[in-house]
Design a protein around this ligand. Structure first.
Ligand SMILES: *Cc1c(COP(=O)(O)O)cnc(C)c1O
Length: 481
């Protein structure tokens, strides 16, 4: 399998080559030349595989430059339940992504596909944990090292740190806004004692931290000498790792591969639901892919109208489902590339228009009709909707959901079709967004045992001014390069 850029650059690269890279040379995103197809017979054969072995079947279709035995071993190391869930009780010990069926609504079975059983209690672990093992493996093979530089306001940073901790050949320099994260998030990240994890609290807001990362990455000489890389959501390996749980969820919700299932996905950067689109393109019988947004409704607007209008940072709302607070959706280009039948020149022009004109308009273009044939529909929800949905699901089913998952349940309810199960992707556990849960139901959510008292553990963090040069010096000190 070779990978190409969404913007038409002619280079074709292998999986391991694009693994450590972010954008393609022309600024596009990497995509497989074509999607491997999975037949109903194959699906039936996969029906009873463990998560790790199912992941092997899917990943081996996309990755032909890692020997099979090595790939299988990496996947078992990553996704075996006692490792992945770290001793926390998933209710089925063999399954790291069980479905929690809520009940019947309008003749439709509605369930949560639980994706938050990893070390940081959010779905980003699903892909990031694999990335950690793939990085360690590939770097060792090549005799290279990698210094990951990132900025975080919470979820992504902790998922990256828990994936890379203790991995040989990798260091993580993670910038976070000093004093702006919840005590739980702070404790999750700063209590890590691994020498290859370097937490830097920047005196400023998230955007200041993000600006430093951009400034350092734009210094190409420094970047090359210090072997700086990222783990952001445009990384192809992250997207393809997420394809696996659509297969797993489908197989768990059906008894025959003739049946259909719909998925509803709380969406921000379009990485998660893009994986659902890819699963569908591979032949998984998905009826609808429901894109759920919060008040930051760039994607809902596109799927309703055909107009893609990136927001300015000042127009981006800070909401109670903060991991979906985006101004533009960084994986969306992958979907547009499919929509335009891989016309790289046109994709390039359209995403130039996003930078210069703020967006593009496909409303009158015949290709927009394909959106419906791909099964896409969308909706948005508000803080009030989230509170009501959390309360309602708790009252009806005695299940507590987090704020992002609540956006999903709220929007999913507008698209139920009888006899087609609806799986809402549970993207985080409620404990991560405890204040809003308390606002909804009047009490704090329970804490998994392994997180009790986490705020009292010793923390390792350096507080620094928002100064690019100071961050560069710190990196040099650690790497000695
Ligand atoms: C990142 C994140 C999302 C959004 O996922 P995308 O892949 O960016 O669309 C939703 N919920 C939670 C809890 C997240 O951390």
């Amino acid at each position: 399998m070779k990978y190409v850029s969404t913007r038409g650059h002619e280079a074709k690269l292998g999986f391991s080559e694009i693994l450590l890279e972010g954008l393609a040379a022309d600024g596009g995103l990497y995509m497989p030349e074509s999607y491997p197809k999975v037949t109903r017979e194959q699906l039936d054969q996969w029906r009873h595989l463990s998560y790790a072995d199912l992941a092997y079947e899917v990943l081996s279709l996309y990755c032909d430059d890692i020997p099979s035995d090595d790939l299988r071993q990496i996947l078992r190391k990553t996704y075996t339940a006692e490792v992945y869930c770290n001793g926390r009780s998933a209710d089925n010990a063999n399954d790291i992504t069980p479905i929690h069926w809520l009940g019947d609504e309008q003749g439709t079975r509605v369930g949560l596909l639980s994706l938050s059983n990893g070390p940081t209690l959010a779905f980003k672990d699903m892909a990031m944990q694999l990335l950690g093992h793939l990085f360690e493996y590939t770097l060792a093979k090549r005799g290279q090292e990698l210094n990951i530089l990132g900025a975080t306001s919470g979820d992504t940073g902790s998922a990256a740190e828990y994936a890379m901790r203790g991995k040989k050949g990798v260091r993580v320099f993670m910038l976070s806004p000093h004093g702006k994260m919840s005590p739980f998030q702070v404790a999750q990240m700063y209590s890590l004692q691994d020498p290859n994890i370097i937490n830097i609290a920047i005196e400023g807001v998230f955007d200041d931290a993000q600006d430093i990362v951009k400034a350092v990455s734009n210094d190409l000489t420094f970047k090359a000498r210090q072997k700086i890389g990222t783990v952001n959501s445009i990384n192809w390996a992250r997207v393809v790792a997420q394809v696996v749980y659509y297969f797993k969820g489908y197989l768990a919700a059906t008894t025959s591969s003739e049946q259909k299932v719909s998925f509803c996905v709380p969406s921000g950067n379009f990485g998660n639901v893009c994986a659902g689109h890819i699963a569908r393109m591979m032949g998984l019988p998905i009826e609808k892919l429901v894109v759920a947004t919060n008040e930051n409704d760039v994607l809902d607007e596109f799927f309703k109208t055909g107009v893609y209008r990136a927001r300015k940072s000042a127009e981006t709302f800070h909401t109670s489902s903060p991991s979906m607070d985006i101004s533009k959706a960084s994986n969306f280009e992958r979907f547009i590339y499919d929509l335009l039948d891989h016309d790289g020149a046109r994709v390039k022009q359209m995403f130039k228009d996003v930078d210069t004109l703020g967006g593009f308009d496909l409303a009158a273009d015949p290709v927009f009709k394909k959106v419906a044939s791909y099964g896409f529909v969308s909706g948005r929800s508000t803080h009030q909707n989230r509170l009501e949905t959390i309360r309602d699901v708790h009252g009806k089913y005695s299940v507590l959901i987090d704020t992002h998952t609540a956006d999903g349940v709220r929007v999913a309810r507008d698209y139920l079709q009888s006899n087609i199960p609806m799986l809402v992707l549970e993207t985080a556990l409620p404990i991560k967004f405890a204040e809003t849960i308390a606002e909804a139901i009047g009490r704090l959510p329970d804490r998994p045992a392994s997180f009790v008292g986490i705020e009292d553990q010793p923390q390792r963090v350096m507080v620094m001014a928002a100064d690019v040069q100071a961050v560069k010096s710190l990196i040099e000190e650690h790497t000695g390069l």
